[in-house]
Design a protein around this ligand. Structure first.
Ligand code: HEM
Length: 493
């Protein structure tokens, strides 16, 4: 038997028809879910596009100006429109937010968020992307003792950064040389997470090129470009079946293979270090004592110990350990670099706060301050850090999806689009919820009329209304069991 052109054309036509039928099926399910959503009853801003709803303006907005305008017009609890006109809940009501964060099994990360994080390099088995029992087994804690042990790394890298900036400033020979601090702070925080997390020397501050950093950057930047495809794959699952043959995918595959190879090497090295260690005359006696101690207790050691656990229920698989390594790179350095940059920006614009902080820092009696005896006692420093993290939250919002029907209680009753006053928002399974971190951090209702100003002094008497709120009365690190597990690390850094 042989195939004629007519046979081939028929096969092709059948293939196309089947694909179209699958796309239509996914679309009908999506539109029906959106049509039946109780969120349609909420007030909402006009939607400028059927395809993207309000998404474009939300992603284009500078800071939270748009959300403040919407809050003025529609109250604390309203809806905006997402892909293909779907209604999404957005609320700055603290009771509603507390309810959502307190029930992580009922409100999980939406598939498209997890897919995006996985594509950015975290992988599908990362603490960022898993849920339920798997997640609980994966989340290693940064205890206060861990942070104390890591402090010399933070200190060394800060001193190295300072030296580089001094050289740059001297080289310029300008009266007031300006330095673009973000790339420098990114290098410093990358070096820190490498050393403190995995005993890995990126040496980014020293200007060295590193293959792990290169592979990671490639994945991160390519994943951002592929975002539209990721959205389509999530909402129309059949799109995920279509194989890509673009150069971008090849580069991604190369980078992923590279990350896996280096990650596996790190894991194997750590396993043999842990096995050989304990005697100081082992093969690792040539590294400084504090680094040796750090390595034996850093994140990678915690992960490797879990990989070697005798109970299977507690054991983390090697692919899971690999995913956590990329996760900590993704979550652990750009966020902190961005926070530090905003903090310097705020101080540059507030000479009085800068002067007070400098005066407080001069009171430290030694060149190498300790976390507990010196740094933790500096009230001004604590206030400046809190205020910068409140006003310039590096993660501006996050999302959750309702896994079941629920009534989300609110503190402030709101009016729906039919004029009825309500005390709770009903959500269906599949409804998307946006937690507007920065809008809550800068809410006038909570922080008063000067909520948008940088005023470290406000921390002398933080507002009563949120004394029992989430971490330090703000949402910068979110809250509940899916809050940031690196917040102590970031604060110390
Ligand atoms: C100023 C710096 C940081 C900020 C503002 C920040 C903020 C956040 C936020 C808002 C989340 C929750 C995201 C969501 O659920 O949608 C989160 C999660 C997470 N953060 Fe951070 N983070 C920072 C630094 C770090 C550092 C230094 C590390 C690691 C060393 C880290 C590790 C993580 C991890 C692993 C998660 C996922 C937790 C989970 O889903 O259970 N973060 N972070």
């Amino acid at each position: 038997m042989f195939f004629t052109d007519a046979h081939l054309l028929t096969c092709l036509a059948v293939g196309v028809l089947v694909a179209v039928a699958y796309v239509l099926r996914d679309l009908i399910v999506l539109l029906a879910t959106q049509y039946l959503s109780p969120l349609r009853a909420l007030r909402s801003p006009p939607s400028p596009s059927f395809l993207f709803g309000n998404l474009r303006e939300m992603y284009q907005q500078e800071n939270t100006g748009l959300l403040f305008d919407w809050e003025d017009a529609y109250g604390h609890t309203y809806a905006y429109r997402g892909f293909l006109g779907g209604y999404r809940l957005i609320t700055t009501d603290l009771t509603a937010i507390a309810h959502i964060l307190a029930h992580p099994e009922r409100f999980q990360k939406p598939d498209f968020v997890r897919e995006n994080l996985a594509a950015m390099g975290a992988g599908s088995e990362s603490v960022l992307t898993t849920e339920g029992n798997v997640h609980a087994r994966q989340a290693p804690a940064f205890t206060a003792a861990h942070i104390r042990m890591l402090h010399p790394i933070f200190w060394d890298k800060a001193a190295e950064l300072l030296e580089r900036w001094k050289h740059l400033a001297n080289d310029r020979r300008e009266l007031c040389p300006s330095i673009d601090v973000l790339p420098w702070l990114s290098k410093a925080t990358l070096d820190v997470i490498g050393l403190a997390g995995f005993g890995y020397q990126f040496n980014a501050l020293a200007g060295e090129n590193d293959e792990l950093a290169d592979a990671y950057h490639l994945i991160f930047s390519t994943a951002r470009k592929l975002a539209l495809r990721t959205i389509l794959e999530t909402w129309i699952p059949v799109v995920a079946q279509i194989q890509e043959q673009r150069p971008q995918s090849e580069a991604m595959n190369w980078a992923r293979a590279h990350l896996t190879r280096i990650g596996l090497k790190l894991i194997e090295e750590r396993k043999s270090m842990m096995a050989a260690e304990m005697g100081k005359d082992g093969p690792y006696q040539n590294i400084p004592e504090y680094l040796r101690q750090t390595r034996l207790q850093d994140l990678l050691s915690v992960l490797v110990q879990s990989n070697m656990a005798s109970f299977t229920s507690q054991r983390m698989t090697t692919p899971e350990v690999l995913c956590q390594i990329s996760t900590f790179l993704i979550a652990g350095y750009e966020t902190t670099a961005s926070a530090l940059t905003w903090c310097l920006y705020a101080l540059a614009h507030n000479p009085i706060a800068q002067h007070r902080l400098r005066a407080a820092l001069w009171t430290i009696p030694r060149d190498s301050p300790t976390l507990d005896e010196d740094v933790a006692k500096l009230e001004q420093l604590d206030w400046v850090v809190r205020e910068a993290l409140r006003l310039h939250a590096p993660v501006t919002w996050t999302m959750r999806v309702a896994m079941e029907v629920d009534n989300v209680p609110v503190n402030d009753p709101f009016t729906d689009r039919w004029g009825a006053v309500r005390n709770s928002v009903r959500v269906n399974q599949g409804d998307i919820i946006t937690v507007p971190i920065q809008a809550i951090n800068k809410s006038k209702k909570i922080w008063g009329e000067d909520a948008q100003s940088f005023r470290p002094d406000r921390w002398r008497n933080p507002p009563e209304s949120i004394k029992n709120g989430l971490w330090s009365n703000m949402l910068t690190f979110l809250g509940g069991s899916r809050g940031c597990i690196g917040y102590r690390f970031a604060l110390a850094e």
